[in-house]
Design a protein around this ligand. Sequence first.
Ligand code: CAP
Ligand code: MG
Length: 431
Amino acid sequence: MRNIDWYQDFVDLRYRPSKTDVVCLFRFEPSEAISRIEAVGRIASESSAGTWTTLTNLPKTIEKVKARSFEIDGNFVKVAYPGDIWEPANVPQLLSGIAGNIFGMKALKNLRLVDVSLPSSYIKYFRGPEFGIQGIRKILNVYKRPITGAVAKPKIGWSAEEHAKIAYDTWIGGFDLVKDDENLTSTWFNKFEDRVKICSKMRDKAEKETGKRKSALINITGETRLMIKRAKRLHDFGFEYAMIDVVTVGISALQTLREICHDYKLAIHAHRAMHAAFDRNPKHGLSMLFLAKICRLIGVDQLHIGTVVGKLAGTRHEVLDIKNEVTSKSIKDRKSRMLRQNWNNIKSVLPVSSGGIHPGIIPDVLEMMGTDIALLVSGGIHGHPGGTCGGARAAIQSIEATMQNIPLRQYAKSHPELSAALDKWGRVRPQ
Ligand code: CAP
Ligand code: MG
């Protein structure tokens, strides 16, 4: 049959990207009877200017708008996209291109977008984080140790008053932050407006009694106009953060709230609930590294990146690559794992480690990730035999022991809360 497609026009192994190209790294698996060249031609074509068949008319600009698969290495391909096809500061459009139709192509059995390298000509339109790691530490006046926080558990069910009391106990136990859970927004028994007001009173009380800065990551997630109203309320009650479930609200809403949070000088705490729906399968979907990069570009200040040893999936390589990506000024190309990236004046993002952590495994997390992180220990303090306050103390004692290189059991001899935590949980790694 006459050749009716032109995918091979989107493959050029001699091509070298220009400094304004957006370059993507994909992992791909061709379907039966599809060659690798046919597969990578389809990836570049369908995500830029092509379609399934040759066209009778083409614009004069066609050569300037075509993507090109230019480097194939086993199951990995690099694709270069001309900068001109990307609308400045329009992240949804970028995703519709490089993370759109191609995942559904029959010619590909699996496809995963591993990383994207964004040129200065693209990132210059973005604010990036408002505060960065140093700015966050300045807000809380916490410098040499992990910033500590806890979600009120169970994640939903408490009244606003009960929630605020748990927050108070968490703060009095020594933690810096209390956080709403990803599925807590506003319910008849815990209205957002009430929670903000009562938590602000408890925060003031805890700050007065401890002499330390205390804050909260209160979840504004919802329809965009509602989130704008909620961000204003947080500002009016003196909170420094807005928590957003960045995947479920969507990239466009996150871009809007970044502008609003700039106006209110609110730091954005990015919860990533739903990410595992598309980043967990190593052969297909989007990597968490890619999502983390987009979050840094748009400008969250804190981002959940995993624990490796806790209850949720995430390998050591993956978690540490993400930490590197969101905290470094520039990234080198790492074969099949990460593309080079200069972040120019885009600030760093504070990595958040959370999910199944308890005092017995805090050393494992800090040994892997260091102390320049936010450590959220939630069930791991509210399940402590001494209750929330005792649990927070136990977690802080575990951090102290780890930072002084003292074995936990030895430190526990003079720290009863840690001892009680180790008696309950030992060093178990939750599944
Ligand atoms: C942790 C948590 C967080 C997870 C999210 C939860 O509570 O509140 O949402 O950390 O995962 O609901 O599970 P626990 P990730 O400390 O009680 O487990 O940080 O990987 O995005
Ligand atoms: Mg949660």
